[in-house]
Ligand binder design. Structure first.
Ligand code: NBP
Length: 470
C-alpha cells in the first residue's frame, strides 16, 4: 500500500518525537530504523496511531505516496550519506529527501548537488527544540529549492511551533542555507548558556543558595529576560537529589559537539567577530580539562572567590550584565548570518529568521520579538546594537555590566563571555583603536606598509626602520 504521506528514517529521540508530531497533525507516517527492533517497539508502543513500521528500506519506500517525502533523522556525517546511498536505487525521480539532522551546511550543499544531478529533490532542514520541541512543535530551518519547500510547506507548517500565531518555519534559502542558520542558532545557544553559567558563578561567590537562585531565575523569567534557557535554569536550581541540590552534585565538565566548532571556523573564514560564542566554546573546552584545573588550582594564585555586595543590588547588576552580553551574542551571530548570506547570495531575511526562533527552539526568548521588530523596521541594519531599542538598552546597562565584570575579576572569578561581550562593545564603539601601533610593527618587520592619518585613504607608506639585529 503506497499511501503514507510522510516517511522518517532514524528512530532515536528526535525521530520518534517528530513522527508522533507529524502523525498528530493527521498524516500517516511510515517509519524505518537501521536496528529494526527499535521500529517494532516504537510502533507497538503506539497502536492507536497511523504508523506504518517497515522492516526494510524497500518496504518503507513502497509504503509512501508519490512524490515520496522521506525525512532522515540519523546521526550527522557519514550515516546521512549511508542512508542516502541506500535510498537512491529505491526512489523515483522527483521524490523528496529531507535531512533533518545537524548536518554541516557544506555537506548539505554537496548532497543538494549530488541528489539534484540524479533528479531527486533535497531539503536540508535544521530542527531545534530537542525532544520536547520535536514532539510538540520545533523551530524548523529548511534550505533547498523554493519549489520543493512549497511541497513540504503544509507538513512543516503544521508540525512547527507557533509564535504570535505564526509557524516557526519558513524557507530560509537555497542549498545549505537552512543548516547554516541552524548552525549559527546553536552557536548563539552556546553563548546564551555560558552567560547564564557565568551569572551563576558570580551569585555562588556572593553566597546565593540554589533555592535563592531558583527564585532569581523565576523572577527573571517573568521579566525582559524571559526565555527557555532562563526557565529551565530556574527548574534546575529547584531539583533535589537525596535532599541536596542536584546542581551541586553534577561534575563541572562540559562537552561540545560539531556546531559550536563549525560556527567558530566559519566566523574566522568570513572575518566576522563572534567573541561571545568563541568564549563560550572555549569555556567548555577549559571545563573539560578537569584534572589540569585541579592541579593548577594548587599552584597558581588568585584572590578568594568571594563577593561582598548586597544580594538585591547584585541581582540587578548581574541582570544588566547578562542582558547586555546576550544582546552582543545575538548581534554577533546575526552579523555572521548576514555576512555569509551576502557572500553566498542567499538573500536571507533576518527578521523572519529571528521570528522563527521565537518559539520551539532552545534559544527562544521574549527579546526575539524586539530583534524581529528591529530587522522588520530596518532590514539593512548594520548591527543589532545600532537598532534604537537595543542602543538604549546597552547604554543603560553598560555601567552595571562593567561593574559586574570588575567585581568578578577582582574576586578571581572567570567571566570570559561577559568580558568578551564587553570587549566587543567597547571595540565596536571606539573611533580610534591602537591598530596604528600594530601597523607600525607590521611595517617594521615585514614592510607591510601603512596608511596615514594625514593622507587620503588608500595611499600606502613605508618607513626605513632602524636595524635592531646584531
Ligand atoms: P542520534 O544523533 O543519536 O542518531 C541515532 C540514530 O542514527 C539512530 O536511529 C541510529 O540507528 C541512526 N544511525 C546511525 Br548512529 N548510523 C546509521 C547508519 N549508518 N545508517 C542508518 N542509521 C544510522 O539521534 P538524535 O539524537 O535523535 O538526533 C538525530 C539528528 O538530529 C542528529 O543529527 C542530531 O544532531 C540532530 N538533533 C538532535 C537534537 C537532540 O536534542 N537530540 C536536537 C536537534 C537536532 P540505530 O538505532 O540502528 O543505531
Amino acid at each position: 500500500m503506497s499511501n503514507s504521506d510522510f516517511g522518517l528514517i532514524g528512530l532515536a529521540v528526535m525521530g520518534q518525537n517528530l513522527v508522533l508530531n507529524v502523525e498528530s497533525r493527521g498524516f500517516q507516517v511510515s517509519v524505518y530504523n537501521r536496528t529494526t527492533t527499535v521500529t517494532d517497539e516504537f510502533v507497538a508502543k503506539h497502536p492507536d496511531k497511523k504508523l506504518v513500521g517497515a522492516k526494510s528500506l524497500e518496504e518503507f519506500v513502497q509504503s509512501l505516496a508519490s512524490p515520496r517525502k522521506v525525512m532522515i533523522m540519523v546521526k550527522a556525517g557519514g550515516p546521512v550519506d549511508a542512508v542516502i546511498e541506500s535510498l537512491i536505487p529505491l526512489l523515483d525521480k522527483g521524490d523528496i529527501i529531507i535531512d533533518g539532522g545537524n548536518s554541516l551546511y557544506t555537506d548539505t550543499e554537496r548532497r543538494d548537488k549530488w541528489l539534484s544531478d540524479l533528479g531527486f529533490r533535497f531539503i536540508g532542514a535544521g530542527v531545534s527544540g530537542g525532544e520536547e520541541g520535536a514532539r510538540k512543535g520545533p523551530s524548523i530551518m529548511p534550505g533547498g529549492p523554493a519549489s520543493t519547500w512549497e511541497v513540504m510547506k503544509p507538513i512543516f507548517e503544521s508540525i512547527a511551533a507557533k509564535a504570535e500565531g505564526e509557524p516557526c518555519v519558513f524557507h530560509i534559502g537555497p542549498g545549505g542555507a537552512g543548516h547554516y542558520v541552524k548552525m549559527i542558532h546553536n552557536g548563539i545557544e552556546y553563548g546564551d548558556m555560558q552567560l547564564i553559567c557565568e551569572a551563576y558563578n558570580i551569585f555562588k561567590a556572593a553566597g546565593f543558595t540554589p533555592d535563592e537562585l531558583a527564585e532569581v531565575f523565576t523572577d527573571w523569567n517573568d521579566g525582559d529576560l524571559e526565555s527557555y534557557l532562563i526557565q529551565i535554569t530556574a527548574e534546575i536550581f529547584k531539583q533535589k537529589d537525596k535532599k541536596k541540590p542536584l546542581v551541586d552534585l553534577i561534575l563541572d565538565t562540559a562537552g561540545q559537539k560539531g556546531t559550536g566548532k563549525w560556527t567558530l571556523i566559519n566566523a574566522v573564514e568570513n572575518a566576522v567577530v563572534i567573541s561571545t560564542i568563541n568564549a563560550a566554546v572555549e569555556a567548555r573546552i577549559l571545563s573539560s580539562m578537569k584534572d589540569k584545573r585541579v592541579a593548577a588550582s594548587k599552584i597558581l594564585q588568585g584572590p578568594k572567590p568571594e563577593i561582598d555586595v548586597k544580594k538585591k543590588k547584585l541581582v540587578k547588576k548581574v541582570h544588566d550584565a547578562l542582558f547586555a552580553s546576550k544582546i552582543i551574542s545575538y548581534a554577533q551571530g546575526l552579523d555572521l548570518i548576514a555576512s555569509m548570506g551576502a557572500e553566498k547570495g542567499w538573500d536571507l531575511n533576518l527578521a523572519k529568521i529571528a521570528a522563527i526562533w521565537r518559539g520551539g527552539c532552545i534559544i527562544r526568548a521574549r527579546f526575539l520579538n524586539d530583534i524581529t521588530e528591529a530587522y522588520r523596521t530596518n532590514p539593512k541594519l548594520e548591527n543589532l546594537m545600532l537598532a534604537p531599542f537595543f542602543t538604549d538598552l546597552l547604554n543603560g546597562f553598560q555601567e552595571n555590566w562593567r561593574e559586574v565584570i570588575s567585581i568578578a575579576t577582582l574576586a578571581g572569578i572567570p567571566v570570559p563571555a561577559f568580558s568578551a561581550s564587553l570587549g566587543y562593545y567597547d571595540s565596536y564603539r571606539s573611533a580610534v583603536l591602537p591598530a596604528n601601533l600594530l601597523q607600525a610593527q607590521r611595517d617594521f618587520f615585514g614592510a607591510h606598509t601603512y596608511e596615514r592619518t594625514d593622507k587620503p585613504r588608500g595611499e600606502m607608506f613605508h618607513t626605513d626602520w632602524p636595524d635592531v639585529i646584531g
